[in-house]
Design a protein around this ligand. Sequence first.
Ligand code: NAD
Length: 493
Amino acid sequence: MTTLEDWTRLAGEITPRTEIFIDGKYRAAASGATFDSVNPATGELIAPVASADATDVDAAVASARSAFEAGTWSQSSASHRKRVLQKLSELVLAHGEELALLDSIDMGKLVTEAHTVDVPSAAELFAFYGEAVDKQSGEIAPTEPGNLALVTREPLGVIGAVTPWNFPLDLAVWKVAPALAAGNSVVLKPAEQAPLSSIRLAELAVEAGLPEGVLNVVPGLGPTAGAALGRHPGVDVIAFTGSTATGKRFLRYAADSNAKQVWLECGGKSPNLVFPDADLDAAVDKAIFGAFYNQGAVCSSNSRLLLHESIADEFLAELVKRATDLRPGNPLDPASTLGALVDENHTHRVIGFIDRARADGEVLTGGTRETVDGRGCYVTPTIVANLPSTAELVTEEVFGPVLAVQTFADEAQAISMANDTVYGLAASVWTRDLSRAHRVSAALRAGTVSVNTVDALSPQTPFGGFKQSGFGRDLSLHALDKYTGLKTTWIAL
Ligand code: NAD
């Protein structure tokens, strides 16, 4: 797929699945309710999607539980699980164009980015966790003679995975792949703004050989389907990615129901610190990527830029120039450099942040809502400078293409400004001074610190936050900790 015409033709050929997926089969919501899936790039209805409520969530949890108890997956050998997940990885790649297109029409991201980044990463994660599970062994703990203490990792049962809309396929797979690899059953509740790739993924998983009922998908609204899953006494673990406000709700749901485990991956307001001795060209380049990739809808987006005052003017002049090169365009056009925002509500929200910021600082570029071919939800890349630390744009997550810029006088001030936030997901540091790189990285309260790059991550490295950005880690072998419980079997010989 190399042209707008190719992608547009494929979009015309695909009929997305829009139902709930339980026990290996698609079905309508028990109530018959639907919600509209709308393409934010055009404003056109894609399709009505089944809207799960507590009855459907009940059925999905029952199916997941009975599959878990049956043991066809939970007690299958690690090498069997590996083969199925490897097959699923291959199927994701084989259906890569379709999956990329579903995410693009659902939430406005550039289809080429979905196809070249999101799809291969999703496939790689299934392979990564598949490969991991047959290489892990238990432990034998030291004991007094005459005893044998075995320490093993057991799957926990039914995992409720609740995911956001910004990387719909990938963030579902961040939960589903390690949860399945460990032998659990999963009920996945994708974001209502972008459920289509998750709905399709369930079918591919069965095609790969996953037993029916092991992966169920319940599209639906947050306060309905999401809350039902969060409150369900038959769910053992909630693995959540989304906003901090919703994450806190899941802690309450758990406390008010069965004290299920809850793991949160939440929001951020990640700082990008540029010192005067840095490679400024590279720093400008990555600052643009860090702020505007995926229309700024990245949890670890570097949405605060902290510049040393001696380089601020020069840096900002170049930054503005490069930001204006990014123009919103049709997400299906491989020549486009910025896609659409997820929907009308979010677009209003982002423009609201920008309008209010005009009173706090100076809008250097962007700040406007745009259309492409006379329609759609687009916002130009926006840079706002001269902001005080108390400004809303410095403290609140926008989740759009809006960069807040501040200056600092010295290292101590830079660290203090960077850490002055309720979030702690990511941070970046630009310097050629090795000691400063170590000193500043150590002082930053963030789950990931990227030095001389931004937003670094890989399947092999843990991803997650400090403070109100959450706890527990996605990616890497550490993610398996969330989906397993340690069991001690003590034998008196
Ligand atoms: P959101 O919190 O609105 O929704 C996330 C999920 O929770 C969705 O599936 C939604 O339907 C559900 N939900 C919403 N309200 C609910 C309720 N009352 N009860 C139960 N479930 C409910 O977040 P979003 O707008 O989809 O995503 C954006 C947020 O996600 C940002 O804050 C972003 O930083 C965060 N995020 C975090 C990470 C990470 O790894 N830390 C990754 C991506 C996105």
